[in-house]
Write a protein that binds this ligand. Structure first.
Ligand code: ZN
Ligand code: ZN
Length: 412
C-alpha cells in the first residue's frame, strides 16, 4: 500500500505532504464524490485515499488488485517511509517516495537543494539476504545513488552493507509524534591505551602498546532527524572498519561515523603497525643471538683439539675438557691434574673482575685476530692468548685451505 499515487490530472500525489501535489489537497481526494482518478504507479491498478486508525495517510489498492510489490507493505513500513521523508525534508533536501530508477526502486529518494546529489533511503523490514542487499546496493550506486538500508529489527546485514537499525517506538498516537532513534549501524571508536607507552595487555611481551580500542554503536542512540541531516550534509559517512570490535568474530564492518572517530581509529592502526615492527625486530634479534651462540660453540669445538694438544704438551699430563660455565665466562676450561691450565674462547662481555682473577696464569685460546684483540682488552696485557687459525664448520673463511688447524699456532 503506497504513499504515492498517480492522479489522472494532477500528476503524482504524495500522501506525506500537504498539498499532495499540484493544488490537490487531502480533502479533495479522501472520500471524495465522485472518486478521485487515482492509480498505482507500480501496477496501474485503481487506488483510493485511506486513513489508518492512527491517522497515517496512505493509498490502498482497490478490490481485486493484481500482484503488486506495494500491496504487501505493512503499516510499519509506511510509517518508516514517512519518518524518513520527514527527516530528509527537515534537512532541507527534497524527498520523493517510491521512485523508480535504472533497475531499482527507492522507497525514499533524497535530492540535494541544487539537484546535484541523490541518495536512497530504503525501509527494509522484510527478511532479505546479505547478497541480495549487496547486489541492490551496487545497482543503485551504479546510478550514482548511495543507499542507507533501514530496519527496526536485528538483522545480520547491518554492517555488511551501509545500514541502520531504528528503535521504532510503537505507541498509539499520531504518526508524527512517534519518536525514532538510530540504535545500531552507527559507530564510535573508543580508544584504549596502556600507560607509559608499554603494553601490558593481551599477555604480550613488553613493547609499544598497539592500542586496544574498539568500535561500538553510538549510545544513547542518535535521533533519526539528526542522523539523516548528518548523512546528507556529509558529516556522517559510511566507513569500512578493518576490524570492528575486540572479538575476532566481529571483523570488517561498515559503520556510519564522523571524522574524529576515523582519525582515532587510524592512530590505533599506526600503533599496531609499530607494534608488529617491534615484534619482528625482537624476533630477529633473538635469532641473531641464537646464531651467535651456535657460532661460539662451533669455534670452541674447532679449537679444542689444538688447545688440548698444546696444554697436554706444556703441562705434561692428561687434559680434561670440562663444561663451559659462567665461572669461565662461558669458555671451555682445560684441566691437568685437577688444575685449570687454559680456557677456550670465553665470551669477552662476560669477563668480569672475578673472572679476570680466575684467568690469571692460564692460557686463552681464540680463533681470530679480532677475538684475540677483544680478549686482550678485557683481560689485560699480562694475559697469555694463543690464536689457532682453525676451520670452523658453517663459517665460510676467505682463505679456506685443506688444513684443519695449524698445529703450531702463533704462540706468545
Ligand atoms: Zn500497485
Ligand atoms: Zn597495550
Amino acid at each position: 500500500m503506497p504513499l504515492t499515487a498517480q492522479h489522472a490530472h494532477a500528476g503524482v500525489l504524495d500522501a506525506t505532504v500537504e498539498p499532495l501535489g499540484e493544488g490537490t489537497s487531502w480533502k479533495a481526494i479522501h472520500r471524495a464524490r465522485p472518486r478521485a482518478p487515482l492509480t498505482c504507479r507500480e501496477c496501474g491498478h485503481g487506488l483510493h485515499a485511506k486513513l489508518s486508525p492512527r491517522g497515517l495517510r496512505f493509498f490502498a489498492h482497490d478490490r481485486a488488485a493484481p500482484t503488486c510489490s506495494l500491496v504487501g507493505e505493512t503499516m510499519a513500513h509506511r510509517l518508516l517511509k514517512l519518518k524518513l521523508a520527514s527527516a530528509i525534508r527537515e534537512a532541507g533536501w527534497y524527498a520523493e517516495l517510491e521512485v523508480a530508477g535504472d533497475g531499482w526502486r527507492a522507497d525514499v529518494l533524497a535530492t540535494s537543494p541544487d539537484g546535484a546529489r541523490r541518495m536512497a533511503w530504503e525501509a527494509q523490514l522484510a527478511q532479505v539476504t546479505v547478497d541480495e542487499l549487496r547486489e541492490r546496493t551496487a545497482r543503485m550506486e551504479a546510478s550514482g545513488v548511495p543507499v542507507c538500508w533501514v530496519t527496526d529489527r536485528e538483522r545480520p546485514w547491518i554492517g555488511a552493507v551501509s545500514a541502520i537499525r531504528l528503535s521504532l517506538v510503537d505507541e498509539p498516537g499520531p504518526p508524527a509524534a512517534v519518536d525514532v532513534t538510530v540504535v545500531d549501524g552507527t559507530g564510535v571508536f573508543r580508544e584504549s591505551w596502556c600507560p607509559r607507552r608499554r603494553c601490558e595487555n593481551d599477555g604480550g611481551a613488553p613493547g609499544p602498546c598497539p592500542g586496544h580500542g574498539w568500535w561500538r554503536p553510538a549510545e544513547p542512540g542518535v535521533g533519526l532527524s539528526v542522523f539523516v541531516a548528518g548523512v546528507l550534509t556529509g558529516t556522517i559517512r559510511a566507513h569500512r572498519t578493518p576490524r570492528y570490535s575486540r572479538l575476532f568474530l566481529e571483523s570488517a564492518r561498515i559503520v556510519w561515523t564522523t571524522r574524529p572517530h576515523v582519525i582515532t581509529e587510524r592512530a590505533q592502526l599506526v600503533a599496531s603497525e609499530r607494534r608488529r615492527e617491534h615484534d619482528d625486530l625482537a624476533s630477529a634479534a633473538h635469532e641473531r643471538h641464537l646464531a651467535a651462540i651456535a657460532a661460539k660453540l662451533a669455534r670452541q669445538q674447532a679449537l679444542t683439539p689444538p688447545a688440548v694438544d698444546l696444554v697436554g704438551r706444556e703441562a705434561r699430563g692428561y687434559v680434561g675438557v670440562r663444561d663451559a660455565t659462567p665461572e669461565w665466562a662461558m669458555g671451555v676450561p682445560l684441566f691437568v691434574h685437577d688444575m685449570p691450565q687454559g680456557v677456550i674462547s670465553p665470551v669477552v662481555s662476560r669477563v668480569s673482575a672475578e673472572v679476570r682473577m680466575q684467568f690469571r696464569g692460564l692460557t686463552m685460546f681464540v680463533a681470530t685476530e679480532a677475538e684475540r684483540r677483544a680478549l686482550a682488552r678485557a683481560c689485560g696485557p699480562a694475559q697469555r692468548i694463543v690464536l689457532f687459525e682453525v676451520e670452523i664448520p658453517g663459517e665460510p673463511r676467505a682463505a679456506d685451505t685443506a688444513v684443519t688447524y695449524r698445529r703450531a699456532g702463533r704462540v706468545r
